[in-house]
Design a protein around this ligand. Structure first.
Ligand SMILES: [Zn+2]
Length: 68
């Protein structure tokens, strides 16, 4: 039946547009290490990556940008 293939198509569209998922580029200002992570953006625009600290123990001195 045609209805089945329509349902499948809709579901596929939802997966290909993941709302709130962004790629984050983090560069350590102390040792220059670069991390590319996937984060989740909440409704206030805050991005949560789960990233805690660099290999050099730096946990607050970073250049962070969102890659779209
Ligand atoms: Zn570092």
């Amino acid at each position: 039946m045609q209805v089945d293939s329509m349902t499948l198509h809709d579901a596929k569209n939802e997966i290909s547009v993941p709302s709130g998922r962004v790629k984050i580029h983090i560069r350590c200002r102390q040792c220059g290490e670069v991390f590319i992570l996937r984060g989740v953006k909440d409704h206030r625009g805050h991005v949560e990556t789960g990233f805690r600290r660099c290999l050099c123990d730096n946990d607050k001195d970073f250049d962070i940008e969102t890659v779209s």
